[in-house]
Design a protein around this ligand. Structure first.
Ligand SMILES: Nc1ncnc2c1ncn2[C@@H]1O[C@H](COP(=O)(O)OS(=O)(=O)O)[C@@H](OP(=O)(O)O)[C@H]1O
Ligand SMILES: Nc1ncnc2c1ncn2[C@@H]1O[C@H](COP(=O)(O)OP(=O)(O)O)[C@@H](O)[C@H]1O
Length: 208
């Protein structure tokens, strides 16, 4: 007989003697989530990896959560319908929160096309520790890059519900960092990284 008790009843929070502050002292940094959002091909994974490497070089512990990669494991049961994308982002938000609590600089790069889903992730974190980075690249640029040939397939009707083609992308209204083309030229990964690192430095995340 199946239980009539709701799934999340009779559970209690268990505090551990070593807390986030202790871990941050050990690591000499403050846990946070750098959430990179933008169209497919806008450069999310490139920025995530360049930023991850730069932080590593500076002796900071960072970890990249990338959409394509997580869809090989934790989220491999999810597709691209709005409710699947919402569940994808919800799970990633929870994982990112754990990484930040561990004291890490967590870099999450996901299309995350829905404002509401991104805002739910923001709400999981303490004030200021969710840093939304919007890669505001034009559809034309992303489509011209098309490194995986997915835009071509979407235009040919072979992929349905492709973000930017026949599925929505809701741009952030109040993100912490917006990176866009200047006179039609995209800033280099290294320039973007400098901008994000300067923000992290300025807000004190790179020190205990
Ligand atoms: N229909 C559709 N729409 C958008 N993207 C698609 C789709 N189907 C497959 N892909 C590939 O999946 C990658 C995006 O995964 P995400 O987990 O970041 O997507 S989402 O945040 O849940 O919207 C995305 O990777 P990126 O190009 O790195 O963004 C694509 O390679
Ligand atoms: N800042 C940049 N300047 C020029 N080309 C870039 C830049 N960032 C990424 N690219 C190129 O654009 C393509 C898409 O980048 P990628 O990081 O895979 O985007 P996303 O993860 O958003 O799909 C890749 O071929 C990559 O080499």
């Amino acid at each position: 007989m199946s239980s009539t008790v709701p799934k999340s009843s009779n559970i209690f929070w268990h505090d551990c003697p070593v807390g986030k502050t202790d871990r941050q002292k050990l690591l000499k940094q403050k846990g946070c989530v750098v959430w990179i959002t933008g169209l497919s091909g806008s450069g999310k994974s490139t920025l995530a990896c360049t930023l991850g490497r730069e932080l590593h070089t500076r002796g900071k512990l960072a970890y990249v959560l990338d959409g394509d990669n997580l869809r090989h494991g934790l989220n491999k049961d999810l597709g691209f319908a709005a409710e699947d994308r919402a569940e994808n982002i919800r799970r990633v938000g929870e994982v990112a929160k754990l990484f930040a609590d561990a004291g890490l600089l967590c870099i999450a790069s996901f299309i995350s096309p829905y404002r509401r889903d991104r805002e739910s992730c923001r709400a999981l974190l303490s004030d200021g520790s969710f840093i939304e980075v919007f890669l505001n690249m034009s559809l034309e640029l992303c489509e011209a890059r098309d490194p995986k040939g997915l835009y071509k397939l979407a235009r040919a009707g072979k992929i349905k519900g492709f973000t930017g083609i026949d599925d929505p992308y809701e741009a952030p209204l109040n993100c912490e960092i917006e990176i866009k083309e200047l006179d039609g030229v995209c800033p280099s990964p290294s320039d973007m990284t400098k901008q994000v690192v300067a923000y992290l430095e300025d807000k004190g995340f790179l020190h205990e």
